[in-house]
Design a protein. Sequence first.
Length: 398
Amino acid sequence: MPIRYIDQLKDLKGKKVFIRVDFNVPQDDKGNITEDSRIVGAVPTIKYALEQGAKVVLASHLGRPKGEKKPKYTMAPASKRLSQLIGKKVIQAPDCFGPEVDKLVDALKPGECLMLENVRFYPGEEKNDAEFARKLANGCDIYVNDAFAVSHRAHASVEAITKVIPTIAAGFLMRNEMTFFDKAMTNPVRPLVAILGGAKVSGKLEVLEKLVNKVDKIVIGGGMAFTFLKAMGYSVGKSLVEDELIVTAKKVMDKAKKRGVTFYLPVDCIVANAFDAKATNFVTTVQEIPEGWMALDIGPASATLFAETLRDAKTVIWNGPMGVFEMDAFARGTFAVAEAVGNCFATTVIGGGDTDAAVNKAGVADKVSYISTGGGAFLELLEGKTLPGVKALDVKSK
Ligand SMILES: Nc1ncnc2c1ncn2[C@@H]1O[C@H](COP(=O)(O)OP(=O)(O)O)[C@@H](O)[C@H]1O
Ligand SMILES: O=C(OP(=O)(O)O)[C@H](O)COP(=O)(O)O
């Protein structure tokens, strides 16, 4: 598919360049960014545009505010971090469109940079609404997508906007991600092991239905595991479960069996009486999760079992922490898997904001072959999909 990159555009000087980035970065309770690799990853594109004399308008989402203005999800901390990284002021807009934003965009000088407020503060973003895309575009001359991690979402600032702004291109982060994928993942060396965890059960479980056709082993931990365990008939107490996906979970397991794909689930877990760092907790088998308790990490036997699955692996892809690693009491399983991935003799790929944070926290980031900024986006590429955000950049369709 013919995609144009930002350095193939002729003249950016004085042009209003809208850059979609993914600054959906993990933060602590006080709003401090705990992992900034998605911001660091977009810096080359932003710097390039600024150095070429563009007037840069940045847009991103953060979290899932569900179409409402929730202060917790402001882009302000990300703007601040970006400003430190590029050594330049980043103006934080109070909204993502409207008269005040118009004024700020009109006042931009070449080489200056404005960050719009969270695009998911409006329902039009996730609805891929054309009118909302027009409001966001705000008369910009050029659209650049450097948000690989959200390019699996056909949302207004990723998809609809490419029909509004006349010139479209991809950024350098996008180029790096796609180049790595083409080189290492189109025909991966086998056995290929996929380790999945985290909390985004809906979305990633559906992806698994297709991934089963591509991988040799599947390892499931984190919040994701309990929908599978419930599908197998276990009582999982108050653990994270998406009941409407139990049928899909069964389908995935059946398909894996038919294809001869080995499927691993936790055999033990750490249960807690509340979702709290200081909650009472203990290790138990997955058959014995007490009523009213929730599993917040895999247990030690599962960590050993999961590490064992990597012994003969030649390619490993990992997305989603094994537990609530942000709390020390529930971080051991994630760190054990991070160690195992870091030390195995395979091409290892980590993806997703929280998984990247976990790998950094575990101190094994240097030992993995490739860290992708995308979790779901990377998995959907692996599934064989053309991401809607990438498809929208096809210059032939313009
Ligand atoms: N057993 C669990 N119960 C609830 N949440 C969990 C559990 N295991 C992991 N998580 C949470 O999953 C989140 C990360 O999930 P996800 O967004 O899917 O990963 P990524 O950002 O790497 O793609 C983390 O915040 C972590 O606390
Ligand atoms: O964090 C992201 O995806 P990931 O958790 O799959 O890595 C992206 O920013 C997309 O966010 P979304 O899953 O709320 O659409």
